[in-house]
Design a protein around this ligand. Structure first.
Ligand SMILES: *Cc1c(COP(=O)(O)O)cnc(C)c1O
Length: 380
């Protein structure tokens, strides 16, 4: 089955009790037992819920994986993955990382004796320098946030295999439509469903998919024990969102390309970060591992000051100033003061998040209106 067909049909059957075409919202916390221990596979909704189960199976299919698990947020999913580790274990992670991931690694899990190395992975062979016998996980985000660096997933997977550790990929920025890390050798894939998969800015949710039965069992144990599960109403909304994921992504990519070209040529802009440009340092890898280049774009201004950036992001009308990304509506963000405020200044500048860096999540509006809006904000 191809992607669009899977989005609509994989794991989804009409409800056997009523014939309802849409998966019902099983808004229940518990399930009747005929005799103690005799039930229909559902005991308590932290452990299993039929709406969640359909979504989990659909997500697994979208990433060409065997198992899917949903969590109350992307951070809930990442939390569960790190909880498979033990004190003394080490993680080699992308340095240009989602701010919340950096925060949970350094402020929560370092306290529990897990060591994180944050490194530049533009050349994946660099990972090898930091891998040792204590390394249990290589953590990759690609494209990265907000610098749109591209990391070679296949290269990272080979290093993980050779060193007996697992590769986890945060695939939020690409979405399963653009990139399937399991096919490239990843052991698990995480999404903040909040972003492209949900796509309508109305749900916070996360997921993990994997192939290994033992790993899936361990993650399901953590999901049930720690309890960061997604509710049935939210699962319904995400199932509904996924039905147009491929259509939305096509428009995100088309608009993204037009906006990237527009900002690159704009006189007020110095540098534009978008993996679709042929002179992007890892354009060839992006071309190999992604179907298209997405709708996430960052750029810096000639006037590299907070004031100049604040002016632009407060003058856009269609590009709404807000955190988050991947919804149908266009958003603009200022990483240094918003998503990346929790990263120390020195670290932030090292990765290129300067004062004037502005990030766009290009939505699915009409492209002429989006360009006009950006142009007037830049020319203020
Ligand atoms: C948003 C995001 C997360 C966290 O997901 P939440 O659903 O907000 O908890 C993790 N990784 C990336 C790349 C994200 O963009």
């Amino acid at each position: 089955m191809k992607f669009g067909t899977k989005a609509l049909h994989a794991g989804i059957e009409p409800d056997p009790s009523t014939g309802a075409i849409m998966t019902p919202i099983f808004q229940t916390s518990t399930y009747v037992q005929a005799k103690p221990g005799e039930h229909k596979g559902f005991e308590y909704s932290r452990t299993q819920n039929p709406t969640r189960e359909v979504l989990q199976n659909n997500l697994a299919a979208l990433e060409n994986a065997k198992h899917g698990l949903c969590f109350s947020s992307g951070m809930g999913a990442i939390d569960a993955i790190i909880k498979t580790l033990k004190p003394g274990d080490e993680v080699v992670s992308t340095n240009d990382l989602y701010g919340g991931s950096y925060r949970i690694f350094t402020k929560i899990f370092e306290n529990f004796g897990i060591k994180f190395h944050f490194i530049e992975m533009g050349n994946s062979s660099k990972i090898e320098e930091y891998v040792n016998e204590k390394t249990k996980l290589i953590w990759v985000e690609t494209p990265t946030n907000p610098m749109m660096n591209i990391i070679d997933i296949k290269g990272a997977a080979e290093i993980a295999k050779n060193n007996n550790c697992l590769l986890g990929v945060d695939n939020t920025f690409a979405s399963p439509y653009l990139q399937n890390p399991m096919d490239l050798g990843a052991d698990m894939v995480v999404h903040s469903i909040t972003k492209y998969i949900g796509g309508h800015s109305d749900v916070v949710m996360g997921c993990i998919v994997c192939n290994d039965d033992e790993l899936a069992e361990q993650l399901a144990f953590i999901q049930n024990s720690c309890g960061a599960v997604s509710g049935p109403q939210d699962c319904f909304l995400v199932l509904r969102g996924i039905k147009t994921l491929h259509l939305r992504m096509q428009r995100h990519c088309e608009n993204g390309r037009a906006i990237a070209n527009f900002v690159r040529d704009h006189p007020k802009i110095v540098k534009t970060y978008w993996p679709g440009f042929e002179d992007h340092p890892n354009h060839d890898i992006a071309k190999n591992q992604m179907k298209d280049f997405g709708g996430m774009i960052s750029f810096t201004l000639k006037d590299d000051s907070l004031e100049a950036a604040f002016k632009v992001v407060s003058k856009t009308k269609l590009f709404t100033l807000a955190e988050s990304l991947g919804g149908v509506e266009s958003l603009v963000g200022h990483p240094a003061s918003m998503t990346h405020a929790s990263i120390p200044l020195e670290e932030r500048l090292k990765t290129g998040v300067t004062d004037s860096l502005i990030r766009l999540s290009v939505g699915v509006e009409d492209i002429e209106d989006l360009i006009e809006d950006l142009d007037q904000a830049l020319n203020q």
